[in-house]
Design a protein around this ligand. Structure first.
Ligand code: N2P
Length: 356
């Protein structure tokens, strides 16, 4: 009898399984119609409770996927396999996506909360007039370190080479970030297209290997908070998150200069639910929602109206909310074109292959 039941139910279970699987694939490709929204964001970059609330409020089902670099995100979107409704590229990647016709213009008549954004974060050269993108988070690249584990004060990129930090540095895994601080440490622009300068930066980075413990992803926060390394090159928001976990640490914007970055919400041209995408953007622009997201993620918000809901100590901290005087001196990554992007990637890969 038991056998018979299994014989009869197994095919049913299997075919339901297959149907569900096909349904999920279709959903992820955006063929699910107007009821779904496919969101593609950086890892650790949203309070997931807000996704649930958005689903409840709109009746949409969110399919949420993450990436860990602009390069990975760009490749995936260029391939076009998944029909993302929302993505979160940085400045230079936005400019590239506009150039490659990969984005749909924002319809501002569908956004009620856009005025919440501080004009300081609008109308940047990577997307003049914000035709295609709405600010999400912003920050710098710098050094987070534990003064208890470091002999002296770190103030510059060159300290990473010059201080006794053997096998004690972690690096966030990013082509532009690592090549950028290599270039900045030599006094060059992190947007240089001069191949000699780039080669020199790559050679100099190779000499940092004795001090580098590892090149890592989002786990960098846990490792630093747990004192696994003395210093790390990170995005400012990760530093703020680390310092929340472990108050011993501090963050510095290196004196040779560094990168100022902006991550914005965009709607890829493959989007199947453009209206839902606007609903999502407007939801994230709400002052209280943005404040909760900021509080959870630890990054700096461009949402001026959200600031009053946040800890005053945090939003007045010049390390994470530097004034225009400071940011005016920093460099935003430029879209350097296909060839140069490929060259940066090649050099970064070559550097990584020199690891002990
Ligand atoms: C979040 C990474 C943010 C990237 N984990 C900064 N552009």
């Amino acid at each position: 009898m038991k056998k018979l039941v299994i014989m009869l139910t197994a095919p049913v279970v299997v075919s339901f399984g297959i149907l569900f699987w096909i349904y999920q694939i279709n959903m992820a490709q955006g063929f699910g119609g107007d009821n779904t929204l496919v969101v593609y964001n950086w890892g650790d970059y949203i309070d997931e409770e807000l996704i649930d609330e958005f689903e409840e409020e709109t009746g949409l089902k969110v399919i949420y996927q993450t990436f860990d670099s602009n390069e990975a995100m760009l490749t995936k979107i260029q391939q076009g396999g998944t029909a993302y409704d929302i993505a979160v590229p940085s400045d230079y990647a936005i400019s590239k996506m506009i150039e490659d016709d990969l984005l749909i213009p924002i319809d501002y008549t569908q956004l009620e909360n856009f005025d919440n954004i501080d004009p300081r974060f609008l109308d940047k050269s990577f997307d003049p007039g914000n035709t295609y993108s709405v600010p999400y988070f912003w920050g710098t690249v710098g050094i987070v370190y534990n003064p208890e584990l470091v002999d002296g004060e770190i103030t510059s990129w060159n300290d990473l080479w010059d201080m006794p930090l053997e096998n004690d540095i972690l690096l966030a895994d990013g082509t532009r970030e690592v090549m950028g601080f290599g270039l900045n440490s030599l006094g060059y622009s992190l947007n240089t297209t001069d191949r000699d300068e780039l080669l020199e930066a790559e050679k100099k980075l190779e000499t940092l290997w004795p001090n580098i413990k590892a090149i890592v992803g989002d786990e960098i926060k846990m490792l630093m908070a747990n004192r696994e390394a003395a210093a790390a090159v990170v995005w400012s928001g990760d530093a703020s998150e680390i310092m929340y976990e472990n108050e011993e640490l501090t963050y510095v914007i290196p004196e040779e200069g560094t990168n100022l970055w902006f991550d914005n919400l965009v709607i890829p041209s493959t989007a199947q639910n453009v209206e839902g995408a606007h609903q999502f953007i407007d939801f994230m622009l709400d002052a209280e929602i943005a404040a909760r997201n900021t509080d959870y993620v630890g990054y700096s918000t461009p949402n001026q109206a959200a600031l009053e809901f946040l800890d005053e100590e945090v939003v007045t901290d010049e390390r994470f909310y530097p004034s225009s005087d400071v940011t005016d001196e920093l460099e935003v990554y430029e879209n350097l074109g296909k060839r140069m992007n490929a060259y940066y990637n090649e050099l970064y890969l070559r550097f990584k292959m020199q690891s002990k």
